[in-house]
Design a protein around this ligand. Structure first.
Ligand SMILES: [Zn+2]
Length: 315
C-alpha cells in the first residue's frame, strides 16, 4: 500500500524572488496538504474575499506568454507553470502554495530551485491511493501555426517540436518518457527563453519587466546568446517547452496517462487541449492507480541521489 499512495511535502518550503513579467517581488511558501486536496494557490497579500485559487485548467485565463490562474472573485496568480511542473515532476500530488504577490518568482527561469527545495524538504506519503486521468481517445487542437495532441498511452510521454528562424534556436525536437525521475534528470534545469525582438515587444506591452538576460531567461539575439555561463543543454529551448507543457498539463488536477505531442505549442494551446479533452465525451476517465500504474508516474521513486549535481546545487 505505501508504495502507491498520494504524496505531499514533509514540511513547508519557501522561495523568494521577482516575477518575470510583473517585476514584482514575492515570497512563496509551498506547504503540505491532505490527500485529495490537489494543488492550490492562496494570495496572502489580499485580505478580503476568496483568495484561494485551485490549480485547475478551468481557472486559466487565456494568455500567450505565461499561465495565469484566476478565481471567481477575480483573484489571480501568474506564471504558475514552473512550480506546477516541479511538483508534478517530483510526484507531489497535494500542496498548498501561499504567495504574497501576483506572480510566482521566476528564480533562474527554470524549475531547478523548486525541484531542489522540494526534494531537500522531502516527500511525505499519505494514506490514500493515487488517482489519475487516463486518455482514452485522441484529442487534437490546432491553430494555423501550431498544434497539440493527446493520445492514449500507459504512461505520460511527451514529444515536442519547435521551429524558429532565429539562428541560435532553429528546429529542435525531443521525445521523453516522463516516468520516475525523468523530469528532474532531463528537463527541470532548462530555462525560459525568448528572442531579443520579443523582449522589446513584451516590454512595450508591460511584460517581461523582471527579465534579466542570462540570469532568469536565455535571450537569443541573432548569433549572440545571452545564457549566463552558457546553454545548459544544446537543445535547452525545446526542453523548456516540455517543462512548460508538464506544468500546464498538471492543471488537469491529477496525473495524466497519455502521449502529449506539441508542435510549436504554447501555454494557451495546451490549455485549449485540456478543455477539449474534458469536453469530448469518452475521451478521458478517472482511474485509481494500482502499484503497476503508480510506478509509471512522473516523480514516483525519485530520490535525492538521482538529481543532477547542477540541480542539487541550484541556490
Ligand atoms: Zn516556461
Amino acid at each position: 500500500m505505501r508504495h502507491y499512495v498520494q504524496n505531499t511535502l514533509k514540511a513547508a518550503v519557501t522561495f523568494e524572488g521577482i516575477g518575470l513579467h510583473s517585476g514584482t517581488s514575492a515570497k512563496m511558501v509551498v506547504l503540505p496538504a491532505a490527500a485529495q486536496h490537489g494543488i492550490s494557490f492562496k494570495r496572502t497579500d489580499i485580505a478580503l474575499g476568496d483568495t484561494v485559487i485551485p490549480a485547475r485548467w478551468d481557472m486559466v485565463e487565456r494568455t500567450a506568454l505565461c499561465t495565469r490562474l484566476v478565481n471567481a472573485a477575480g483573484v489571480s496568480v501568474s506564471t504558475v507553470e514552473h512550480i506546477m511542473a516541479a511538483l508534478a515532476g517530483c510526484g507531489v500530488h497535494n500542496a498548498r502554495v501561499e504567495i504574497d504577490g501576483p506572480e510566482v518568482p521566476i528564480m533562474d527561469g527554470s524549475s531547478a530551485q523548486f525541484v531542489r527545495g522540494i526534494m531537500a524538504t522531502g516527500i511525505q506519503r499519505l494514506g490514500a491511493p493515487v488517482r489519475a486521468w487516463e486518455v482514452l481517445k485522441p484529442v487534437l487542437v490546432e491553430t494555423r501555426e501550431a498544434r497539440a495532441m493527446l493520445l492514449p498511452c500507459d504512461r505520460l510521454k511527451m514529444t515536442f517540436n519547435i521551429d524558429f528562424a532565429e539562428q541560435g534556436i532553429g528546429n529542435q525536437s525531443r521525445e521523453l518518457d516522463l516516468r520516475n525521475g525523468a523530469f528532474a534528470r532531463e528537463l527541470c534545469d532548462s530555462r525560459t527563453f525568448c528572442r531579443r525582438v520579443d523582449v522589446e515587444a513584451m516590454q512595450s506591452n508591460g511584460l517581461a519587466l523582471g527579465g534579466v538576460p542570462g540570469e532568469n531567461a536565455v535571450v537569443f539575439d541573432g548569433p549572440v546568446v545571452h545564457a549566463g555561463p552558457g546553454l545548459r543543454h544544446s537543445d535547452e529551448p525545446v526542453r523548456h517547452k516540455m517543462l512548460d507543457a508538464l506544468g500546464d498539463l498538471a492543471l488537469a488536477g491529477l496525473p495524466l496517462f497519455g502521449h502529449y505531442i506539441g508542435d510549436k505549442a504554447g501555454h494557451s494551446l495546451t490549455n485549449t487541449l485540456l478543455r477539449a479533452l474534458f469536453a469530448e465525451p469518452g475521451a478521458v476517465r478517472e482511474v485509481t492507480c494500482d502499484p503497476i500504474r503508480t510506478a509509471r508516474l512522473p516523480g514516483q521513486g525519485l530520490v535525492w541521489s538521482e538529481i543532477p549535481e547542477q540541480v542539487r546545487k541550484a541556490a
